[in-house]
Design a protein around this ligand. Structure first.
Ligand SMILES: C[S@@+](CC[C@H](N)C(=O)[O-])C[C@H]1O[C@@H](n2cnc3c(N)ncnc32)[C@H](O)[C@@H]1O
Length: 214
């Protein structure tokens, strides 16, 4: 119960931080705290490529949890090898979801305010969703991440794919969470299922994880 109150307080601060950022920089990589578009796209590519490698099915439904202003949908639409994906975007922040609806007026129905997909999907994907945090308490943030993964796990047929910045020790520095790669793999494997990790190509320190349903 106390944890839930703490999570709600974290989310209030996070929503404000993302809303201010979007107001300042607009629907652009900097508007969701990315340094540039190439690292944003490299992250999407790594997440989607891992799903493609692990599950060669023709049609795959994904929910982009923490979709920001919808940059992943734009990337999917432009990339021939990812036409197999059926997209839904979800974000905790109403301002982000409104911006998605403005950018994709013909696909407004694909975007939702929330923290989990409205219907079951093959995979939930998270790109940068858990990087920014407004606490110095690594164990609180770790538990918050796992609580969010848990609610999406129940609505994912095949598993979860996410990226996290990683460091030799779990830490929070300048409001950014860094996981220790092996610890995260061990915890995710224990709580959920077999967890694979690969360093995200072209993004220093970033690791892409796939947690599969066995
Ligand atoms: C760093 S931005 C990345 C946005 C997008 N994935 C991209 O790469 O362009 C993180 C996004 O996750 C959203 N977010 C943070 N925590 C979330 C949660 N628990 N559930 C859903 N969205 C969340 C934020 O509002 C923000 O839009």
């Amino acid at each position: 119960m106390l944890r839930k109150v703490m999570y709600a307080a974290l989310e209030r601060k996070l929503k404000r931080a993302y809303e201010d950022r979007l107001a300042a920089f607009g629907p652009a990589p900097k508007g969701v705290f990315w340094r540039n578009q190439s690292t944003q796209i490299a992250r999407f590519d790594a997440l989607l490529d891992l799903i493609t490698t692990m599950t060669p099915a023709a049609n795959t439904s994904i929910a982009d949890i923490g979709c920001g202003y919808g940059a992943m949908l734009e990337f999917l639409q432009k990339t021939p090898r990812y036409q197999r994906f059926h997209y839904t975007g979800v974000d905790i922040n109403r301002a982000m979801v409104n911006s998605c609806k403005e950018r994709f007026p013909a696909q407004k129905q694909l975007f939702f305010v929330g923290k989990q997909p409205p219907l079951p999907v093959d995979f939930c994907v998270f790109s940068g969703t858990f990087n920014l945090c407004n606490t110095m308490d690594t164990s609180l943030w770790h538990d918050y991440i796992f609580a969010n993964l848990q609610s999406c796990w129940q609505l994912s047929r095949y598993g979860l794919v996410l990226n996290l910045l990683c460091a030799p020790q779990t830490q929070i520095k300048n409001q950014i969470f860094y996981a220790e790669r092996q610890t995260f793999i061990a915890n995710a494997s224990r709580v959920f299922g077999p967890t694979h990790a690969c360093s995200t190509p072209h993004v220093t320190g970033d690791v892409t994880f796939l947690i599969a349903k066995s």
